[in-house]
Design a protein around this ligand. Structure first.
Ligand SMILES: [Zn+2]
Ligand SMILES: [Zn+2]
Length: 263
């Protein structure tokens, strides 16, 4: 419903990553899978989760005597260790083991290095497509005698720096993941409670806003988004101030807001 409300073209989603099997993290999934079906999806959909979600989905399909127009490819991962669970030409996804009441994994999304950009103003007459392709790889173009015909640095610009996004929910304060998420451009970290409920956070294996901010600070990330707030907090401003006291570049992950990694 939220994807529709915010006009996210959800048929373009090809991979879904589920951190753990507490209901607040996957109960919307069945509705989404059926909405994709009703909108005549035919492309296969990749679902990355721990074992069990496949059974839950099959059971619902069985008892509603439904079948979907498209195939779901289910990829089960073991949340207890960091592992690469997806890779394509553009990016990689690794699991981040978290500390929670159920086995739970965060996800680290990392863009791969991009090719150098051709500086269009510098292109010369007589340059061939294969010269341009070669320049994009970072190489110089040589003539038949091995002399430099086009020096790479004269015709290309450095590529954009690859971006990274770490999604960490749900978790108690987790020192173990700091190295793995070091220097991420954007970190989403749960902040279910405030410091005044620190004991409650420990007991339920969740974090406080200050703990999320401390992790962001220690990991040297660029920006922190906090979310997963307990319903007991009607006002979120104090939550934000608590985090910003430790890590100033923090924002509240309010639904419908767009945040870009690297900004
Ligand atoms: Zn949970
Ligand atoms: Zn949760």
């Amino acid at each position: 419903m939220q994807l529709m409300r915010y006009q996210i073209p959800f048929l373009r989603i090809d991979h879904i990553f589920i951190s753990h099997l507490h209901g607040d993290h996957y109960l919307g999934l069945m509705g989404l899978l059926f909405s994709m079906h009703l909108q005549r999806r035919t492309n296969e959909l990749h679902l990355h989760s721990q074992k069990g979600l496949d059974e839950i989905i099959l059971l619902q399909l069985k008892y509603s005597r439904s079948s979907l127009n498209y195939n779901i490819i289910f990829h089960a991962f073991d949340a207890s260790k960091a592992q690469r669970i997806h890779e394509d030409e553009i990016f990689t996804v690794d699991t981040i083991p978290l500390i929670h009441k159920l086995d739970c994994a965060g996800f680290l999304f990392r863009e791969k290095p991009k090719p150098r950009k051709i500086n269009k103003d510098k292109l010369q007459k007589g340059m061939l497509l294969q010269h341009i392709a070669l320049l994009k790889t970072g190489a110089d173009v040589l003539d038949g005698d091995g002399n430099i015909l086009y020096r790479n640095s004269d015709y290309t610009l450095p590529p954009q720096t690859p971006l990274s996004y770490a999604f960490c929910s749900d978790t108690a304060l987790n020192e173990n993941m700091i190295e793995q998420i070091r220097s991420a451009d954007l970190l989403y970290h749960e902040a279910t409670f405030m410091e005044e409920e620190k004991e409650k956070a420990k007991e339920t294996k969740h974090s406080t806003a200050a703990e999320a901010a401390t992790t962001a600070l220690k990991a040297g990330v660029h920006k922190l988004l906090i979310g997963h707030f307990s319903a007991r907090y009607r006002e979120l401003e104090p939550m934000l101030l608590e985090a910003r006291g430790i890590f100033p570049n923090t924002e509240l992950a309010i639904e419908g807001t767009t945040f870009e990694a690297g900004q």
